[in-house]
Design a binder for this molecule. Structure first.
Ligand SMILES: [Zn+2]
Length: 107
């Protein structure tokens, strides 16, 4: 049960869960509120099968790329904030609150 993504809204988590499921990658959500209608922040995605990690990451990176092109979905393509992990140098879209690679929190 490896975490593949985290610190996202319940809405994003469910979109990703469906996206990954469509690619044959099963994930479970952790940390979400019991009432899914309340969009809480801080939902984590965990792989049912850790062997899917690389494939899941590729799907999520693609998803992030699309989020980055138009993060709020209004079609204006506003440039999002990105940040570089101070721990390992990995670049992240603004939706990330911690580094997927080394686990370090965003400053
Ligand atoms: Zn890192």
């Amino acid at each position: 049960m490896k975490q593949v993504y985290g610190g996202v809204s319940a809405t994003t988590a469910h979109v990703l869960k469906d996206l990954l499921a469509a690619e044959g990658v099963a994930v479970t959500l952790g940390g979400e509120l019991t009432n899914l209608s309340e969009a809480g922040w801080g939902v984590d995605l965990y792989l049912v099968d850790d062997a899917d990690f690389d494939r899941a990451r590729a799907i999520i990176v693609d998803f992030e790329g699309r989020m980055a092109e138009d993060p709020d979905g209004d079609g204006d393509g506003a440039a999002p904030a990105t940040w570089r992990c101070p721990g390992c140098g990995e670049m992240h879209a603004a939706v990330f609150q911690s580094c997927w690679h080394c686990g370090r929190d965003r400053d």
